[in-house]
Structures are given as C-alpha cells and as structure tokens.
Design a protein around this ligand. Structure first.
Ligand SMILES: [Zn+2]
Length: 74
C-alpha cells in the first residue's frame, strides 16, 4: 500500500480543475507519471473538468455595456 498514492489520488480532481499550486501540482504529476492508476484517473478528471469548464466565449473580450441605473440629480 502506498500512502502517497492515496493522498495524491484525492488531489487528482483538484489538479484537473486547476486548484493546486505549482508545488502540489508537481507532486501529483510526478506520482501520476509513475502510477498508471493515478494517470488513468487523472485523464478521467481532466475530461470531466473540460466538460465542467466550457470553452471561453468568442466574445470574451467585449464586456456588455450596461447603462448605469444611478440617476444623477443635480
Ligand atoms: Zn497512484
């Protein structure tokens, strides 16, 4: 049994969602590199994450211009 495996396995989902910092990410990826089980699971999580995070909208740069509701009374 591998304690590291269990610990990092729980981080696979967070990694796929981009929630880990660089150090954690490196540790998980390093383990997944040597662990087919985690590697396969990470692939699943990445697929899920891709589904959860829709592709950026084409018009992401343009912010909807919303008229200000505040009326300036002088
Ligand atoms: Zn593992």
């Amino acid at each position: 049994m591998n304690v590291l495996h269990d610990a990092l396995r729980e981080s696979l989902g967070a990694l796929a969602l981009g929630l880990l910092d660089d150090e954690e990410k490196r540790a998980v990826l390093h383990h997944a590199d040597a662990c087919p089980e985690c590697s396969a699971e990470l692939d699943d999580f990445l697929e899920l994450a891709a589904l959860l995070r829709p592709a950026p909208m084409p018009a992401a740069g343009s912010t909807p211009s919303r008229p200000e509701m505040s009326t300036t009374s002088e």
